[in-house]
Design a protein around this ligand. Sequence first.
Ligand code: ATP
Ligand code: MG
Length: 299
Amino acid sequence: MMTSTLKISSLTKTFAGVPALDAVSLTVQPGQRAALLGHNGAGKSTLMKIVLGLIPFDSGTVDVCGAAPGSAAARAQVAYLPENAAFHPALTGQEQIAHYLSLRGESPKQALRLLERVGLHEAARRRIGTYSKGMRQRVGLAQALIGKPRLLVLDEPTSGLDPVSRRDFYALLDGLAAEGAAILLSSHALTEVEARTDRILILSRGRMVATGTLGDLRRTADLPVTMHVTPVNGYASEIERALPGAIRVGADLRLTCGQDEKLAVLGRITGLGAKVADIEVTPPSLEDIYSHFSQRDGQ
Ligand SMILES: Nc1ncnc2c1ncn2[C@@H]1O[C@H](COP(=O)(O)OP(=O)(O)OP(=O)(O)O)[C@@H](O)[C@H]1O
Ligand SMILES: [Mg+2]
């Protein structure tokens, strides 16, 4: 069995008696990209800060690369991008990264190469105070790449990045994961994590309400499938009568059914033959699945 890079069991954390994390368990394996999703205040940043050893926890166990969170052994192997990374505005990007490199015992000469990896090569000698929000975010990413980390903990790494920068960022992550790094990132951007991560973890009010691949979550949620039927001109009423539950949406008909009824309903529609011009089948979106899980718990 592969050893997990990050292993959390029954983690509980309260702030002044108010629970922020309630018996949370999760693992992230080497080479795995895990996305932590959850509403504002769900506990994502709290969980990450605990993994980094920045805040204590009440009970449970947290194993970071075989070491205790915040220990020298863990710190040497973990990179962190905080939610609101702040840098010194008077330093240039290159100076800031050189500073982080020397703090970690690495050669400051690597600064330019790291900034190049995040597309900040040209601005490297400008003061961070003149950078845009997305450029500052990339300084944070460059900082997180220092020292070939085994675990990257990235709190909303793509917030503030434009679509092309997001794509570049995920390509960078793919490369790191392919080299064996484990990645735990939080995000509110469902569509991008759907395409670019291996596992989804949904936190709701401090509890882990769902974990798995998107396929796993889709099966467990068992949400209805939507079908749009476009009738050939003049046949709308006839088709509407033949498909109980169908409602008119403009010139089309829309109906929903359970996953287990899908093939039967499709059969009924194709049975209508040439009266049907087109059928579109839409599975539940990640947004649907996400709201299903995040609302199910602790109402
Ligand atoms: N230092 C603190 N003192 C008191 N309560 C805190 C503290 N830090 C976090 N909390 C509370 O813990 C809960 C979880 O907060 P956390 O920042 O982990 O949420 P999050 O999932 O990261 O949310 P967001 O998506 O808004 O970043 C919230 O109710 C928050 O108010
Ligand atoms: Mg947060």
